[in-house]
Design a protein around this ligand. Sequence first.
Ligand SMILES: Nc1nc2c(ncn2[C@@H]2O[C@H](COP(=O)(O)OP(=O)(O)O)[C@@H](O)[C@H]2O)c(=O)[nH]1
Ligand SMILES: [Mg+2]
Length: 358
Amino acid sequence: MSGRPVLIFVGGFLGAGKTTLILRAARALAERGKRVAVITNDQDRSLVDTRVAEAQKVAAREVAGGCFCCRFSDLMEQAEGLREYEPDVIFAEPVGSCIDLSATILQPLKRFYEREYRLAPLTVLVDPAMLERAKRGEMDGDVEYLFGQQLAEADLICTTKRDLYPGARAAKVPVDFAVSGATGEGVDEWLAEVLSGRRMAGARLLEVDYGRYAEAEAALAWLNLEAAIRLAIAKSPALVCGPLCDRLEEELRGRGIFVAHLKIFDQCASGWLKVSLAGDGAPRPEGDLLAEAAEEHQLAINLRAIAEPEEMRELVLAALREVGGSLEIRHARAFRPAAPRPEHRFSATVASGPVTSG
Ligand SMILES: Nc1nc2c(ncn2[C@@H]2O[C@H](COP(=O)(O)OP(=O)(O)O)[C@@H](O)[C@H]2O)c(=O)[nH]1
Ligand SMILES: [Mg+2]
């Protein structure tokens, strides 16, 4: 490896397609002989994204219990811990409601860690369905605030899900690339640009009103749950996750709840499956769709929605009980994110060398 791993932050709102793109890019780089690792991030533990990365044999570390900006030291510790894999590239996926990454992560990285890491430009991903909703004025005000700020601090913007929205055009938003993490379209072009060193990392800084930011984040309710189910009659992961996702979707939509994303991950002896719902898309399954029936299932559920946390918890627990068998809840936290308190916050950009000068 080349000494300093390239650190690539991929931001964007909940459900934009960050994990899917990162794992697709990780595969593309691995095929070229590169060693790749991932750092995921969430307000709580039991993260579906980390499980999906591990299921795909990508070295993964998690920063849990707060966003990267509030846990900068932990982020750097996890990055350091990944050194044992000698990665050439480390992808880092911040929490989807996070803003102000440039001031709180990218500038400190340039100032304090230039010798350890080469920092790539900040990519922000946008789901075209979200852009469309924003254009029609149908976006919740708090979501719109976070979404707009994320775009404003991006070094590079990609629309995602190109397979679903091939002709998506974004008036007013300077889109650099259109990608599909699902099919791989546009991924090589995006990777070439972020690795080229042509673009400065952390070129923009936001002026953030932290009161407004905290309020917007707290409009979202968070649920992270982990459970084990032992079925009397064996079922495949597809037959556990599919109906569970449908049931939850029906219940959430029935109550008029806006779902930023819902992810269900199931691991059993025969394989793994992830089913998720985001944006306006239909539930999309990934993993071992043909995995055989099994009695023991280990589930993780992540739900982010505009709702009351306790209502969401009750609703998910009720849907889980409908799966049948004996249910053991190992973790079930529903909450609103606490006000962000970054460890560092720079008010001016820090100059940095080109990303390829390893
Ligand atoms: N059709 C399609 N769906 C996608 C694509 N990328 C992500 N998704 C789906 O969008 C949802 C959110 O994706 P994920 O990568 O988990 O988003 P994240 O929350 O930003 O990490 C999931 O249902 C994915 O399967 C894509 O390129 N095409
Ligand atoms: Mg993700």
